[in-house]
Write a protein that binds this ligand. Structure first.
Ligand code: S6P
Ligand code: ZN
Length: 176
């Protein structure tokens, strides 16, 4: 089998905009795309997050998420969250900028969260749904690395949501 020759590259907290320029897919999620996810109704035109995705290297894909700071009511901006269609596909998140929280939940309803700051690597095992929250006051930027066969299953989360939410209480993010 012939394998396409690739050129090695690095992604850093400083040069990630260069990676964005190389991505073949760009998705913008606005409030109207996230209706029903937050407890309150988001402003339909507000940009909540952007995802830049590229065929990574080998059998992996790379995706950069830029989660804008802000809240809908008292709930911090967050991604939709999903399971992988492939029950054997895990994922690695690498935090590049800002302050985030990853919320995870398995199909039996067990939940877990980790705080993400620049340099944190989060290991998401197979079978755990994952959602990222911007718990800070600047953009939260992170790189996701996952098998190109993972696939995304949004349906279960869209229907039932996550057990844990990140809300502002006494001026600070609290996981409820
Ligand atoms: C892909 C990976 C991320 C998310 C992105 C947006 O497996 O987990 O690239 O796609 O953070 O989140 P969501 O839940 O809208 O896909
Ligand atoms: Zn994922």
């Amino acid at each position: 089998m012939s394998v396409k020759k690739e050129w090695p590259f690095g992604i850093t907290p400083e040069n990630y905009p260069e990676f964005m320029g190389k991505c073949s897919e760009h998705t913008t999620r606005k409030g109207k795309d996230l209706e029903g996810y937050f407890l309150e109704k988001p402003d339909p035109d507000r940009v909540i997050y952007e995802v830049y995705e590229a065929q990574g290297t080998g059998r992996m894909r790379l995706a950069l998420t830029i989660l804008k700071p802000g809240k809908v009511g008292t709930e911090y901006h967050m991604t939709k969250g999903h399971f992988h269609e492939d029950p054997e596909a895990g994922e690695i998140y690498f935090a590049l900028k800002g302050q985030g929280i990853i919320i995870m939940q398995d199909r039996e309803g067990q939940a877990c969260d980790l705080s993400l700051r620049p340099g944190t690597v989060a290991c998401i095992p197979p079978g755990w749904a994952h959602r990222t929250v911007n718990a800070g006051k600047e953009d939260f930027v992170m790189l996701a690395i996952y098998p190109d066969t993972a696939g995304h299953d949004y349906a279960a989360i869209e229907k039932k949501g996550f057990i844990r939410r990140v809300m502002e209480k006494d001026g600070k993010p609290q996981i409820m």
